[in-house]
Design a protein around this ligand. Sequence first.
Ligand SMILES: [Zn+2]
Length: 92
Amino acid sequence: MSGRTHDRACPERTCVGCRERAAKSDLLRIVVVGGECVPDDRGTLPGRGAYVHPASVCLDLAVRRRAFPRAFRAQGPLDTAGVRRYVEQAAP
Ligand SMILES: [Zn+2]
């Protein structure tokens, strides 16, 4: 990292994939729209959000752990294809 000191003004969130804490701005916010996980890259969509590193390893971990249904208190599995597409574009 760039030697940034811990800054209270910079909120932290836990990645639902690797479970590491990171600055909110370093994580991708995910919201659910109609049973589908969608990336909220601007952080503007309403509703409950889950945070994950925009990396396929973290997304894989999150999917394997069923972290998204848990985070969103969903009854069944959630479609993560849209998030995967986003992550793969962001980090080729
Ligand atoms: Zn992560």
